[in-house]
Design a protein around this ligand. Structure first.
Ligand SMILES: NC(=O)c1ccc[n+]([C@@H]2O[C@H](COP(=O)([O-])OP(=O)(O)OC[C@H]3O[C@@H](n4cnc5c(N)ncnc54)[C@H](OP(=O)(O)O)[C@@H]3O)[C@@H](O)[C@H]2O)c1
Length: 291
């Protein structure tokens, strides 16, 4: 009984991601059979951050599984901003490249904002460029930040009604918290965004019918903080000293109280990758419009 219960409480991002990737793979095959190009993702990685290597490896595997080509630029730690910008410029003009991502974080002497802005907005498949964030805010999204876009698709797949939902986001980063707030707002939620300076965090979390946590602190949100039957989206990926991966929510406590919860791993992570590939396909069609 417990197993059945667990299974039905989980928002299974892995399963949905597999479905989305299989339909993406069909679309790519159809395109190729019609004489069009398969999309191609350029992945730029600078230096030797171990977690980044794992993320990039997962993205490459996902490309292979869905028939999306990829080119990896594995640059040394001492790469300069100028060298990186030159590579981006070259890829922006390269007609065989549909999308470009720069794996973050970059070495501290590289200006990340400058790098993000240098990527053509139409090839910005991470959705971090000010143009794409601006479009999201104005409710005319184009390339949407992958993690929030993946989460919205997961919620919709489980037919979770977002209209009027009291939604709380813990974390306000440019890549997760902020665009998540806009996505939820665009879907009719009433949104509260919490961050380092929020004073009554636990009280706000207690009111959340939908809670998204992206703080980067292992098991930060406790089960006792949650509203009964809350829907809990755990974005965190934290590696503990014993090697295990945990989220930003204490899963074993939260699963007892939540109506639905995303597991870590197997929840938000795979949906982020599926969204990246969806964006790459969209970027390829944007590229074809300009050729
Ligand atoms: N599953 C995926 O695909 C995926 C994708 C991206 C990230 N992640 C993971 O998600 C987590 C968050 O990533 P991120 O890039 O958003 O992290 P980040 O840039 O470090 O942002 C963390 C956010 O949490 C806020 N925060 C920190 N301590 C807090 C506290 N005690 N109370 C309330 N808010 C607090 C920070 O507030 P301030 O803004 O005030 O500093 C910041 O807005 C990480 O574990 C990361 O590995 C997962």
């Amino acid at each position: 009984v417990e197993k059945w219960f667990m299974k039905h409480k989980l928002l299974d991002g892995k399963a949905l991601s597999n479905e989305l990737m299989s339909s993406l793979s069909d679309t790519v095959k159809l395109r190729v059979s019609l004489g069009k190009s398969a999309p191609c993702l350029a992945i730029i990685m600078v230096g030797n951050v171990e977690a980044s290597r794992v993320y990039v490896k997962n993205k490459i595997v996902a490309c292979k599984n869905s028939g999306v080509h990829n080119v990896l630029y594995d640059l040394p730690e001492q790469t300069s901003t100028k060298e990186l910008l030159n590579l981006i410029k070259e890829l922006n003009f390269n007609e065989s490249i549909s999308g470009i991502i720069v794996q973050l974080p970059l070495p501290k002497w590289i200006d990340t904002d400058l790098v993000i802005k240098a990527i053509s907005a139409y090839k910005d498949v991470d959705g971090f460029h000010p143009y794409n964030l601006g479009r999201l805010i104005q409710r005319i999204p184009l390339l949407r930040p992958c993690t929030p876009y993946g989460i919205i698709q997961l919620l919709k797949a489980y037919k979770i009604n977002l209209k009027g939902k009291n939604s709380v986001i813990v974390g306000a980063s440019n890549i997760v918290g902020r665009p998540m707030a806009i996505e939820l707002l665009n879907n009719g939620s009433t949104v509260t965004v919490c961050h380092r300076f929020t004073q009554n965090l636990k009280e706000l979390v207690k009111q959340a019918e939908l809670l998204v946590v992206a703080v980067g602190k292992p098991q930060f949100v406790k089960g006792s903080w949650l509203k009964k039957d809350a829907i809990v989206i755990d974005v965190g990926i934290n590696r503990l000293e014993n090697g295990s991966i945990v989220g930003d929510v204490d899963f074993s406590e939260a699963v007892e109280i939540a109506q639905y919860i995303t597991p870590v791993p197997g929840g938000v992570g795979p949906m982020t990758i599926a969204a990246l590939l969806q964006n790459t396909l969209l970027a390829q069609s944007l590229l074809e419009e300009t050729l």
